[in-house]
Structures are given as structure tokens and as C-alpha cells.
Design a protein around this ligand. Structure first.
Ligand SMILES: [Zn+2]
Length: 361
């Protein structure tokens, strides 16, 4: 329906209905795993809402030829504001919303969105990386969310509800984005020429968990090989945490060596996150296998997991989730990896977390 938007027909339909019934909300919170197309969708929605060729109360595909669409295509639309995490930063600073100290309330997203639209009937503001809003930044947004300028649409993009502040969730309409079906990931990998061979696309799609971001990361041949080597080690009950610590440390550090200058820590963190997520996906699959249930679509492509008791699988899933959360708190990565593997070893060998692990939580 919209060019480049795959796998989210129900969300497109939701917005078409909202526009045709004149019930478009002023603030949306897009939630869903990384790499499923939320940002792309927000961009397309903005373009469609602003397109000069749209009939009133209709949300069709943008025309791509009017002045509004042309400005949007080059990222220079005067009625669209986008904020995202600045390079090398871990939080969305308040100045992006209300200007710096010297220009408070004279600059920033909240100021811009309150101005009269330059081209059309409304302004659209997109806040990417909403997972990284500080309390101060989100407080600066509350007034705009509560009393939005007429016609304005704000779109916040995050991953999970747990990572949003309640003050934001309660003031926005939450739109969920599901993981992409493996066949969509496969087709996108070929279309975007990330891989050339259909067999490679198929394999990557099957371990992507429905995320193009993850599929693209795994397309790195070395990374794929590493993961195939590590997974059997991670998931056996004859768990050797010392050997795994050594192997995984090397695996994570390699990302740092290959990174562009200044990006080393980010690339290491991204790879460590991938490890926690892939391991978590594996244990979720083991949980389903243990209950004799079919795993959900997002896990369907992971290599089959041995059935596991619910207690063991749940404790292992928790352990991976907690490690991922700790990673966002910028815990020391080496210590985090070691603690995670120690906890996993206790869980997989003894069937439950040790007292030591419980105490640490
Ligand atoms: Zn247009």
C-alpha cells in the first residue's frame, strides 16, 4: 500500500480509518522491536499526512511529486521536525525539545511544532529513540503532548512499554509494531541487496527474529559463523562459563576493532545486545518446545531448541532480559558478560538461579 512499508498492513489500515473518520490522535507512541520499520513508517505517515495531493479525509500513498513530497524526500520539509539520539550520546538532551539555556522555549521541537505550518495544514514531529528520553526531557514535552497545537501530530518511537515513562504512555496512543514475517525479511534482504543469494536470505531471515536490523547485522559472514559456533555452547547443560566468557569477549571486542573511530564502544554494545537477544530468543523457543506449543512467528526461524522445563526456560529468559537492561544502564561490559554467563550456568545446570544471582538482583 505504501512504498517500502511491508508487514504492517493493519497499522496502515488503522491510520487510514482514523483519517477518514477524522479521529487522528495528536500523539502516538510507536512500540516494537528494533529493525521492523517503525521509523520508516513514521516518515511515510508524515509524508502522506502532508502530501499536497491528498484528498481531505483520505490517507493514500503520497504522490512523490508535489512540493511537500519533494522536500520530504530530501529531508528538508519545513513542517517536519525529527529528533534522535545525537552521535555518541546516550540520552536525548532537553535542548532538543525546548532549546538550550540561552534560548529556552525559543528553539527545539516543542517550539517548532507550535509554529504555523509553512506549507500545509499541520506540522509533524518525530521523536526517535524515545527509549532514551530523560525525565527532564520528557517533562519538557508534557505540555505539548497535553495541549498539542491544532493539527499537529507527534510520533514517539521506542521499543517496549517498560522502557517508557508512564507520563508519556498515558498521554499518547500506543501503536504496536509486530516482528516481520520471515518471508518479508527474506524478500527485503534481497531487494536491498544486503545479500545476493536467496539461500543466504532464507537462512538470515530464519534467525532474524523478524528484525531487518538483526538480519543485516547477521549478514556479516563472520558474525553469522560466530553465532553458529556459540549457540550450541550457550545452550548446553554442560555449560563452561569460563570458556564462553573468553569466546564471547573476543566476539564482542572484534566489533570494537572493526568499528569506525569513536564508535568502538557503541559497536561492542550493539554486539553484546545481539548476544543477549539471540540467547533470549533461543530460551523462549525452548519454553514453547517444553510446553509442546508452537513458538510465535518471531521465533519460528531460530534453530530448534531442546524442550526445557518452564522454570529453567523462564529463569534463563529473565536472565537475558536483565542483562539487556543492564547494558542500557551502561554497566561495565566485561563484568556484565561474566555475571550473565555465571547466572546462566547456574540456571542451566541447577535449573534455577543461585542464591548469589538472586542477591545480585
Ligand atoms: Zn505529494
Amino acid at each position: 500500500m505504501w512504498q517500502g512499508i511491508d508487514g504492517h498492513d493493519s497499522v496502515v489500515e488503522h491510520f487510514r480509518q482514523s483519517v477518514s473518520h477524522n479521529r487522528l490522535a495528536s500523539s502516538y507512541l510507536f512500540l516494537g522491536p528494533a529493525g521492523v520499520g517503525k521509523r520508516l513508517f513514521a516518515g511515510q505517515l508524515a509524508q502522506s499526512l502532508l502530501c499536497g495531493s491528498q484528498a481531505p479525509q483520505q490517507l493514500a500513498a503520497p504522490c512523490d511529486s508535489c512540493e511537500s513530497c519533494r522536500l520530504h524526500a530530501v529531508g528538508n520539509h519545513p513542517d517536519v521536525d525529527v529528533v534522535s539520539l545525537p552521535a555518541g550520546k546516550r540520552k536525548l538532551p532537553i535542548k532538543l525539545f525546548v532549546g538550550d539555556q540561552a534560548h529556552r522555549h525559543q528553539e527545539g521541537l516543542c517550539h517548532n511544532v507550535s509554529l504555523r505550518p509553512m506549507l500545509g495544514k499541520r506540522r509533524v514531529a518525530i521523536i526517535d529513540d524515545a527509549d532514551h528520553l530523560t525525565t527532564e526531557s520528557s517533562n519538557s514535552l508534557l505540555k505539548t503532548l497535553e495541549e498539542p497545537p491544532p493539527g499537529a501530530v507527534l510520533i514517539l518511537i521506542g521499543t517496549s512499554r517498560a522502557r517508557q515513562l508512564p507520563t508519556i504512555v498515558s498521554r499518547t496512543q500506543v501503536i504496536r509494531f509486530e516482528p516481520l514475517a520471515p518471508e518479508i525479511v527474506r524478500n527485503l534482504l534481497l531487494q536491498k541487496e544486503i545479500v545476493a543469494e536467496p539461500a543466504d536470505a532464507e537462512r538470515l531471515a530464519s534467525i532474524s527474529g523478524g528484525s531487518m536490523e538483526r538480519a543485516s547485522e547477521l549478514a556479516d559472514a563472520q558474525l553469522g559463523q560466530w553465532w553458529e559456533r556459540l549457540l550450541p555452547q550457550l545452550t548446553t547443560s554442560r555449560f563452561d562459563s569460563r570458556r564462553l566468557t573468553t569466546d564471547l569477549t573476543e566476539f564482542v571486542n572484534q566489533a570494537g576493532e572493526e568499528a569506525k573511530a569513536g564508535e568502538e564502544a557503541n559497536d561492542r554494545r550493539r554486539r553484546l545486545r545481539l548476544v543477549f537477544q539471540l540467547a533470549g530468543g533461543h530460551f523462549r523457543q525452548a519454553l514453547f518446545a517444553g510446553c509442546g506449543a508452537r513458538p510465535p512467528r518471531s521465533l519460528a526461524g531460530l534453530p530448534p531448541a531442546e524442550p526445557s522445563t518452564a522454570e529453567t526456560a523462564l529463569a534463563a529468559i529473565d536472565c537475558c532480559l536483565e542483562a539487556e537492561i543492564a547494558l542500557d544502564r551502561y554497566a561495565n561490559q566485561a563484568t556484565l558478560l561474566e555475571c550473565w554467563l555465571d547466572d546462566l550456568a547456574d540456571i542451566l545446570v541447577a535449573g534455577s538461579p543461585s542464591d548469589r544471582a538472586l542477591k545480585r538482583r
